[in-house]
Write a protein that binds this ligand. Structure first.
Ligand code: TXA
Ligand code: MG
Length: 325
């Protein structure tokens, strides 16, 4: 395993070609996207895709997102390409949006977990774009962490979580968005928001019209849930507990405690003051949780973020991380 440091804006073509060759040969490459680092493999090679599941300890029922260079390549992976997909591609790609559409027959079962649909996204990060262009293959890539754990926003996080299981890591420093892409299912009669992200619901609805909210997001009983989104997820090693200002906190006296704070105070060994806007908060969230884990915290207290729509992506990740078991 080796790590190659590349420039975030204009990565060295030789490094990109080396990573592309690993992908074409069926290997695993961790690479930055604008959201989080992904663990990539050739999406059309079932054995390469199986290596992703093995490295992450990911259950085989949880399908992967396929990363492609542009909308034309995306379309070729779909059996049907609804008008909403064109509208989203025009407005939001390249960018942190994943579309679930009916899959073309040549997309392996390993990628889709046997579902009749495939999740596709065109990432915006210059390193991801250069890699996809050089590799000339669609790249299946979940977040580059062991299953259920925190997503990586730095190459060091990938190293810590997956270490020797990756053939090559492209290190381009911190990822700018910091939480995973918004996932929208366009395969049914109405668009369904499966996972909120940095794009607000209002922004998406301006392009797509009304969005149904997924059952896994706890909003609706009717909508189809996304298979990978039912469990505890995005969680640090430490117990994570959300708290409301003025609430009474019952904390074991022997616990090493960390806290992510917005406006209030808490008794903690490690206190981190978080930014008050959702974009900056999202950008820092996983790195701060990784650092509190590294500091040996048993418990991380997180001040609840506002209930407003622009905080939906961050709120979703915090709620999942706080879920026990
Ligand atoms: O920002 C991101 O999306 C990052 C970067 C690397 O692109 N990737 C990422 O992948 O977060 P992952 O595997 O950690 O999350 C993919 C999510 C899972 O919740 C999975 O269940 C859902 O997308 N998904 C994938 N294919 C699906 C499908 N055919 N139908 C419904 N949900 C699907
Ligand atoms: Mg993940």
């Amino acid at each position: 395993m080796s790590t190659i440091r590349v420039d975030q804006q204009s990565p060295d073509p030789a490094a990109i070609e080396q990573a592309a060759a690993v992908l074409r040969a069926g290997g695993l490459v961790a690479f930055p996207t604008e959201t989080v680092y992904g663990l990539g493999a050739n999406a059309l090679d079932s054995e390469a895709v199986a290596r992703i599941f093995a490295a992450k300890g990911r259950p085989s029922y949880n399908p992967l997102i396929v990363h492609v260079h542009d909308a034309a390549v995306a379309r070729a992976l779909a059996a049907a390409w609804p008008a909403g997909a064109d509208a989203c591609a025009d407005s939001f790609w390249p960018g942190p949006l994943t579309l679930v559409v009916a899959r073309a027959p040549h997309v392996p079962d390993a990628v889709t977990a046997g579902l009749p649909t495939v999740a596709i996204r065109v990432p915006a990060h210059p390193v991801a774009r250069a890699l996809l262009k050089a590799a000339e293959i669609p790249v299946a890539a979940p977040s580059a962490n062991r299953s259920t754990e925190l997503s990586p926003t730095l190459a060091e996080h990938v190293q810590k979580s997956l270490g020797g299981k990756v053939d090559l890591i492209l290190d381009a420093g911190p990822t700018p968005v910091g939480i995973e892409s918004t996932v929208i299912d366009l395969s049914g009669s109405a668009p369904v928001l499966l996972r909120p992200g940095s794009l607000s619901q209002a922004t998406l609805e301006r392009v797509l019209g009304p969005l149904m909210l997924s059952a896994s997001a706890g909003h609706s009983r009717d909508a189809r849930p996304s298979p990978g989104m039912l469990d505890r997820h995005y969680a640090p090693q430490a117990e994570l507990r959300l708290f409301t200002p003025c609430g009474v906190l019952d904390v074991r006296p022997d616990y090493r405690v960390g806290a992510l704070l917005l406006s209030c105070e808490a008794m903690a060994h490690h206190k981190i003051r978080m930014p008050g806007d959702p974009e900056s908060y999202a950008q820092r969230l996983y790195a701060e949780l990784h650092s509190l884990d590294d500091a040996g915290c048993d418990l991380i207290l997180v001040e609840r973020v506002p209930e407003t729509a622009e905080w939906a992506g961050v709120r979703d990740r915090l709620n999942r991380a706080a879920r026990r078991g």
